[in-house]
Design a protein around this ligand. Structure first.
Ligand SMILES: [Fe+2]
Ligand SMILES: [Fe+2]
Length: 268
């Protein structure tokens, strides 16, 4: 069997190899120098932000593999399995990046003390995400795969992470603050764009095969949406607008599976 390099998962697998980066190679010396000079308010805001990203990257690293298993069981999609191997590696690197940043810039910080997990975060990352991914151990149906990809790739990566990383990146970069963290955000966003594109590709393939499943995808996207929006409740209005905009974009792209629009393009 020859691999199909024209399919999005293979095109993005090839890009992932070319765009490889190493968290260990990011220079954090300026972040270490700047940190004690930042106001207490900015330090606390940054730590809360990083706590959300760090915990989120750990959660997605730990909970991706059941989807790889389900696609393997279905059979016939080796290109998707190969792509998911890069995604799993990249999520592990994202976790490593935040772990290294915290350990280097704020060694000994207790995140549970400065940034306890709130109820909305708890629901999205520790209840709904593992629920829909772990159900794939027992049920590898397309319906179950679609629920998993709608939650993981389209809502958590495509809405929550997209809005969070984009706004955090811009706000620090504009002020010339914490350049190591900004560099990490930039590289992580590039990886995430490929993950989200894969999510749309998989949702598209499943819905084209079984059009009756479109309402399942839409319902599954609705479930975490108020909780994700609540994560940004105390952020600026632009962040909330960005979050809503991303949600509407994801929903429209999912609906396009049945309106004859082009297959999602490779990203990142
Ligand atoms: Fe990630
Ligand atoms: Fe990701």
């Amino acid at each position: 069997m020859a691999l199909r390099y024209d399919l999005l998962p293979m095109a993005d697998y090839v890009k992932a190899k070319k765009l490889f980066w190493d968290p260990e190679a990011i220079d954090l010396s300026e972040d270490v120098r700047q940190w004690p000079e930042l106001s207490e308010e900015l330090q606390l805001g940054t730590l809360r932000l990083i706590a959300g990203f760090y915990r989120g990257e750990i959660a997605v690293t730990e909970d991706l593999s059941p989807l790889l298993f389900a696609i393997r069981k279905e059979g016939g999609h080796l290109e998707e399995e190969i792509f998911l191997c890069t995604q799993l590696f990249e999520e592990a690197k994202h976790t490593e990046f935040f772990d290294r940043w915290l350990g280097t810039v704020v060694p000994g910080v207790d995140l549970n003390e400065v940034a306890p997990v709130g109820p909305h975060y708890q629901f999205v990352f520790y209840e709904e995400l593992p629920r829909v991914l772990h159900q794939l151990h027992a049920d590898q149906s397309r319906r179950a795969q679609l629920e998993a990809v709608a939650t993981y790739h389209l809502m958590i990566e495509g809405v929550a992470a997209e809005a969070g990383y984009a706004t955090a990146y811009l706000s620090l970069k504009e002020r010339g603050l914490l350049p190591g963290l900004v560099k990490g955000f930039e590289l992580i966003q590039r990886d995430e764009a490929r993950h989200i594109a894969f999510g749309h590709y998989l949702a598209d393939r499943i819905i084209r095969d079984e059009p009756d499943l479109l309402p399942v995808a839409k319902a599954q996207m609705r479930t975490p949406s108020p909780h994700i929006l609540s994560l940004f409740l105390f952020s600026q209005l632009e962040v909330i607008k960005h979050c809503i905009n991303m949600y509407e974009t994801r929903l429209r792209k999912v609906e396009e599976a049945l309106t004859g629009a082009a297959t999602p393009e490779a990203a990142g």
